[in-house]
Design a protein around this ligand. Sequence first.
Ligand code: NDP
Length: 481
Amino acid sequence: MTYDYDLFVIGGGSGGVRAARTSAATGARVALAEESRMGGTCVIRGCVPKKIMVFASEFSAQASMARDYGWNATCDSFDWPAFRSKLNGELDRLEQVYRNLLESSGVEMFDTRATLEDAHSVRLGDKTVTAKTILVATGGRPVRPDMVNAHLGLVSDDIFNLETLPKSVLIVGGGYIACEFACILNGLGVEVTQYYRGAQILRGFDDEARGLVAEMMREQGVDLHLGTNIVEMRPASDADIDTPRGTASDAAMGAPAGSFGEVKGHEGEPVWVKATNGDARVYDHVFFATGRTPNSKGMGLEDLGVKINRRGAIEVDEYSKTAVGNIFAIGDVTDRIQLTPVAIREGMAFTETVFKNNPTKPDHHLVASAVFTQPELGTVGLTEEQARDQEEIEVYCTSFRPMKSAFAGRPNRVLMKLIVSAESRKVLGCQIVADGAGELIQMVGIAVKAGLTKEDFDRTVAVHPTMSEELVTMQKPVRTA
Ligand code: NDP
């Protein structure tokens, strides 16, 4: 049978675009459909705008530090509309770059939603095209918790579109997105309260590292409440709520008791919140950073026999193949590791497997990543807790005030930690909490991925004076386990 295309990619994010381009480069006839903006989560409403906001938010602390170094520096008013307009211009530019790349690769683009009629037929509005192979790369989206009036809260997608910068926000969640935006908004001068329901933020990361991040976030002004969640929320405009704005009031002062039931309100208007710790107050916005869900539904996949798990992720084998032989899936929609570079690698492995006759499994082992909090948390390999469960280890760790903050009289501390196998001497994991930890962990990631030992690290002469010289100068383990 002949098809219109050799490959049809659904989703124009980082993974889908890379797979489309690399496949087209083999001579395959490739098309791609995207219902929103080309570039997907990372470029349009994730990593890229977030990182630019991180840059913007760091200047206030830098100005304050500059004063400690003798500069007459101030950074006391932030022009959100000007920044936002420039940010939007940059995203437009990047989207165009993605389009140009696809075009120059010979990939045909459809700016519409795609659904599957059968395993080879893709519905695009009022027309249907056929393809030998289908690749689903539809990513994920943020979810609000299942609670009354959750619609009053914003999610990460909304942050970039705020008309005005709020004076106060409540951030709910303790994961990557919650912690990054707590730091960003705090740095931009917003009064930030953060509720996390568990005992410590950044669950799954190294205990010592996440403890230091939490301590530093508080030090910088984030009002972080652990073991805390929302009990009730409703529009602040509800007449009988008399809780002052801008200050945490006594529990539910003046607020009606009991459950309110679903209340109609406009997303984004001030919200009255009562918490499990008894606090009750009004915030300009509540921001839910309570996780993401794969975009796997409503495309006809299940009807065709593609398996979707309880978390909504498309099930794939090691080659990203679904239960239907000619349908593949990569990226966040498969919920393996939700990171852009991983989706890109999965896309490239897909091309090797399907179009280069070179079956290739994407490598999910020892993927380094960074949480762009302030300070950042960089991580590769095992946490101390994971390593301890696996084998006997030595832990090399130091936490100190780096020269830059010590001179300024600041309490900011950093953490450098290596987890080493007692038997093989290999560095099993590295955890860094410091400004620029994202940049540092990229480099350490090479050494850990290469399987280098503690002695290999020790043979490397330090670069002095730096924070990271500690990684090659720690002599004695602080503990063994
Ligand atoms: P996460 O799953 O990391 O965090 C979700 C948070 O919400 C957790 O703290 C969770 O608590 C909490 N939560 C979930 N449900 C509720 C609820 N009903 N009430 C209160 N709290 C709740 O998701 P994110 O959205 O932050 O990030 C998704 C993924 O995106 C990450 O895993 C990461 O892979 C990727 N990402 C990567 C970034 C980077 O590389 N820098 C940046 C941003 C995202 P609990 O811990 O108790 O489950």
